[in-house]
Design a protein around this ligand. Structure first.
Ligand code: PMP
Length: 303
């Protein structure tokens, strides 16, 4: 990976190599961080940050769940995101704000200072080249998501991604593009780092926030755009086998964008190619960045 030159840490822009954290910082041992992943897109009217404010609001929501005080305002974190993009001459396409418990105590309940950094890098296509067009083969993981009232799935916290690593690494080891996890109920949850949409008879079905998933901003974007386009959207619990039986299936997330799934556990989904509804959702979503889909909600925030 090629690292960009500049990064923002605790209020200042620094060289990438200088943005360090002590090995005894709380976060290194206990996964005590909250973070965001945000995409930047080039549009006809210049570079934009997609739903910057909504992402950073979720950062504060995650911190609230973990009782972690972030020593900056939302406006300051938004400004830091813009600053780090500009420092790197808008050559990157992904932002990563992260707030973490730093050095200052080793107890689980230690009130360490909260350190904050905003990194940026070039993400490109997260699940590999050409997947947006051709789709991926997915598998259901042997690892379930955490049960309700164990780790809060609604927080985007560093420690949650130990679960995501188990799911994603198992899938990769078995030769699949991505893994899909079931909730502790045995019902469908989400991908290692993506939400799920299934298509039945032209309607979109997506798993509910009670299914141990992160309430994705891309998921919310799709629900909004689909309903406006007259596509029915239903949030519901779904059993595993519906992955095999649906007409179309895709995953979505900031990194994965809208990635069609052409098979699950070796069973072809629908025609084995991205279907009409998936294509329409891709067009509506990517249309936001070339001006074909009007930005009615102020989602495109200027750098
Ligand atoms: N679920 C998980 C576990 C994720 O890590 C992500 C990526 N942030 C998502 C869903 C999708 O969320 P978003 O659309 O907000 O990126």
């Amino acid at each position: 990976m090629q690292y960009p030159e500049w990064i923002w840490q605790n209020g200042v822009i620094k060289r990438w190599a200088e943005a360090t954290t002590h090995v005894m910082a709380h976060v290194v041992h206990y996964g005590s961080s909250v973070f965001e992943g945000i995409r930047c897109y080039q549009t006809p009217s210049g570079p934009v940050i997609f739903r910057l404010t909504d992402h950073n609001k979720r950062l504060y929501a995650s911190a609230k769940i973990y009782d972690m005080a972030i020593p900056y305002s939302l406006e300051q974190i938004n400004a830091a995101c813009r600053e780090v993009l500009k420092a790197n001459d808008n050559t990157t396409d992904y932002l990563r704000p992260v707030a973490y418990r730093g050095l200052g105590g080793f107890g689980l309940s230690a009130d360490t200072p909260t350190d904050v950094a905003v990194a940026t890098w070039k993400m490109g296509q997260y699940l590999g080249a050409s997947v947006l067009d051709q789709g991926i083969d997915a598998c259901v993981s042997s690892w379930q998501r955490f049960a309700p009232n164990t780790l809060p799935a609604g927080a985007k916290a560093g420690g949650n991604y130990l679960s995501g690593q188990l799911v994603a690494r198992e899938a990769r080891r078995l030769g699949f593009g991505e893994g899909i996890a079931l909730a502790s109920t045995g019902l469908l949850s989400e991908g290692a780092g993506e939400n799920l949409f299934l298509v039945f008879d032209g309607a979109l079905h997506t798993t509910p926030v009670s299914a141990a998933l992160l309430n994705g901003i891309t998921r919310n974007t799709i629900i909004t755009l689909a309903r406006e386009a007259g596509i029915e959207v239903i949030e519901r619990d779904l059993p595993r086998e519906y992955l095999y039986l649906c007409d179309e299936l895709f995953m979505c997330g900031t990194a994965a964008e809208i990635t069609p799934i052409r098979s699950v556990d070796g069973r072809q989904v629908g025609s084995g190619k991205p279907g009409a509804v998936t294509r329409q959702i891709q067009e509506l979503f990517f249309g936001l960045f070339d001006g074909k889909t009007p930005d009615k909600y102020g989602w495109l925030e200027p750098v």
